[in-house]
Design a protein around this ligand. Structure first.
Ligand SMILES: [Zn+2]
Length: 88
């Protein structure tokens, strides 16, 4: 059995003030433009010479597509829900 009560607490949380594209340096402080900036993070694991390290960065959409268009094997955006429905 637990006895509980309500207690008012104050928490700190990170709030994004600005996002800067790591490739071109484009900056935005506008919250409605935050979705146009894309965050990437990867962890290196055993076998990599970067084992235990993490790499993260932000790209604006232009730089993201410049990057993916440089791929030998092309990728393109797709609608996750449509793809999921088509697989059924
Ligand atoms: Zn950019």
């Amino acid at each position: 059995m637990r006895k509980e009560h309500f207690e008012e607490r104050t928490y700190k949380t990170k709030v994004i003030d600005e996002i800067i594209c790591n490739k071109c340096g484009k900056k935005t402080t506008l919250k409605n433009e935050f979705p146009l900036m894309h965050y990437f993070k990867t962890d290196f694991s055993y076998g990599s010479s970067y084992d235990g390290l993490t790499l993260d960065f932000d790209l604006c959409e232009n730089c993201l597509f410049d990057f993916t268009n440089s791929f030998k094997i092309k990728v393109k955006p797709y609608d996750e829900l449509v793809k999921w429905a088509e697989e059924d």
